[in-house]
Design a protein. Structure first.
Length: 379
């Protein structure tokens, strides 16, 4: 029997006999999508709910050309899945790929065909627009979604590509200074150098976006009245050798910590004690929204990883200054840049990377060998 006040009291078979429609969502579905999101937190070793008020579609617009498919029963949204199309590098070659997310099904319809029908609708749409490669991430420990990605019931088979380790870096009240590099805010004249650094890194990663100069220019021209987004560079002499952008996505999503292993709860309790002398430092409790500052567009020249470390030190100080809970920076487990965070106090959230090919599923694994990339500001 359903305990949801939005659903009439009836048996599960009766619920499933009612007509369920799969269609593309529009703005009129916003409230229904927000309600569904509140009811379907991310299950895993660390349980999170990502609130999207007041506009479910706002985050999708940042991801790229996006659309959402919904399953509806009458006027109620009971399931959804989203896709964002973006030009990304696959084995060093730019290609339009599909980033797939927001797979949610109302608890009353768990185990029903709703999820399969949503995935089928998405697959049909990808084929119609000529998209071959799809990419997604799933919370490590989310046992509900994994069977859907195993290629059963005629659905595409997803290839596991290892884990992303998403680091919640503890902000620092202390500013550090580099003797080797000059750190300052990026200027418009730095745009070509920043674009070159990012493109060089992204070409070496699987599914990293191909950034256009106008995208970078838009970030650099952000209003100075708002602290973020803000791009910083490290210079050696007059040359830009590293770059990092700080971004606050709190206006489009808020991560609420619902549950965590006992070890993490204990670590947070100790951190609250250690943070007592710093009234501006906010340590979360279960059920509270985290204030997250995201590190994006991080890149450096070969031999200048120390410059990126200096930029990270500045980013931690900025996170503390503006009272963020954590500075978020995610790397794939095989990414050598993971060494950037090895000496920084942090909490780590693990997610799984997966990819599929509609045209050549058998050859996908060899085609996408290498180091996957994901921008966790937009997940």
């Amino acid at each position: 029997m359903s305990t949801d006040p939005l659903l009439p009291s009836m048996s599960a078979p009766a619920l499933l006999r009612d007509r369920i429609e799969i269609r593309q969502a529009d703005e009129a579905d916003n409230e229904g999508l927000l309600t569904l999101t509140r009811m379907t937190p991310m299950a895993g070793a660390i349980s999170l709910r990502i609130d999207r008020e007041p506009d479910f579609f706002a985050l999708l617009r940042l991801r790229g050309r996006s659309k959402v498919f919904v399953a509806t029963r009458g006027r109620q949204v009971i399931g959804c899945i989203s896709v964002a199309l973006r030009t990304a590098y696959v084995s060093g070659v730019p290609e339009t790929i599909a980033y797939i997310g927001d797979m949610k099904v109302h608890p009353s319809f768990s185990g029903s065909p709703v999820a399969v029908r949503l995935i089928k609708a998405l697959e049909t749409d990808m084929r119609l627009v000529g998209i071959d490669v799809g990419f997604c991430v799933a919370a490590d420990g989310n046992h509900r979604v994994m069977p859907l990605l195993a290629g059963r019931a005629g659905m595409p088979r997803w290839v596991p590509l290892g884990r992303f380790l998403v680091n919640g870096l503890v902000p620092s009240p202390f500013k550090s200074y580099s003797k080797r590099y000059f750190i300052d805010a990026a200027q418009a004249a730095d745009m070509p150098a920043i674009a070159m650094l990012l493109d060089r890194l992204h070409r070496s990663r699987q599914f990293a976006p191909q950034l256009q100069e106008d995208e970078i220019a838009q970030i650099l021209s952000a209003s100075l009245e708002e602290p973020f987004p803000r791009t910083f560079v490290a210079r050696q002499g007059q040359r830009v050798v590293a770059t990092l952008t700080l971004c606050d996505t709190g206006r489009v999503k808020r991560n609420v910590l619902l549950n965590a292993p006992a070890s993490l709860k204990g670590a947070l309790a100790l951190l609250r004690i250690a943070a007592a002398p710093f009234p501006g430092f906010h340590v979360p409790r279960m059920g509270q929204a985290l204030r997250l500052l995201s590190a994006r567009y991080a890149a450096c020249e070969d031999g200048h990883q120390a410059a990126l470390e200096a930029l990270l030190a500045l980013a931690r100080a900025e996170a503390f200054r503006y009272r963020f809970t954590f500075l978020i920076l995610g790397f794939h487990e095989r990414d050598p840049l993971r060494s950037l965070v090895r000496r920084i106090p942090r909490f780590t959230f693990s997610s799984l990377a997966l990819a599929t090919s509609l045209g050549d599923p058998g050859g996908l694994e060899k085609r996408v060998e290498g180091i996957p990339f994901e921008d966790y500001a937009l997940v």
